[in-house]
Design a binder for this molecule. Structure first.
Ligand code: FES
Length: 154
């Protein structure tokens, strides 16, 4: 009841699957947490797929983030993620997938965690959760470029 009342008056809701207990989140977080965009995974062995796996040592949360790049245009044509973490990490990852789809690698690398955190109205204590998404984007791009370089040598 409390969460319903709060969601109507302040656009915030309560989510409990966090190890730190009840946390107030903006409804955008709840939306991405309950209806994540682009969940799933791709074959990491595909030549056009870059995979980034990152973790947050402080809390043990982890994120696998994958991009599929169109070799002709250099643009990201597909994104998938699997997050093992708090609602803020899941929402940040989900939002990040929508932000980089259709972007070039350079454009994707320019997306900052602060942009993600601001878009989701993350509370200060959860700002670091959006860092997982930023790190994962970088790791996936790096993996793709490394794979591409290796394939060109062969
Ligand atoms: Fe670990 Fe959010 S508490 S990423």
């Amino acid at each position: 009841m409390l969460s319903t009342a709060l969601s109507h008056s302040f656009s915030f809701n309560l989510l409990r699957p966090s190890s730190i207990g009840v946390m107030f989140y903006h409804q955008k977080v709840e939306d991405h947490f309950k209806n994540p965009r682009n969940p799933g995974s791709m074959n990491a062995k595909d030549e056009d797929v870059g995979t980034g796996i990152v973790g947050a040592p402080a809390c043990g949360d982890a994120l696998k983030f994958q991009i599929r790049v169109d070799d002709k245009t250099g643009k990201i044509k597909e994104v998938k993620f699997r997050a093992f973490g708090c609602p803020a990490a899941v929402a940040s990852s989900s939002l990040a997938t929508t932000m980089i789809e259709g972007k070039t690698l350079d454009e994707a690398l320019k997306i900052k965690n602060t942009t993600i955190a601001n878009e989701l109205n993350l509370p200060p204590v959860k700002q670091h959760c959006s860092m997982l998404a930023q790190d994962a984007i970088h790791a996936a791009v790096e993996d793709y470029l490394k794979k591409k370089k290796t394939n060109q040598k062969e």
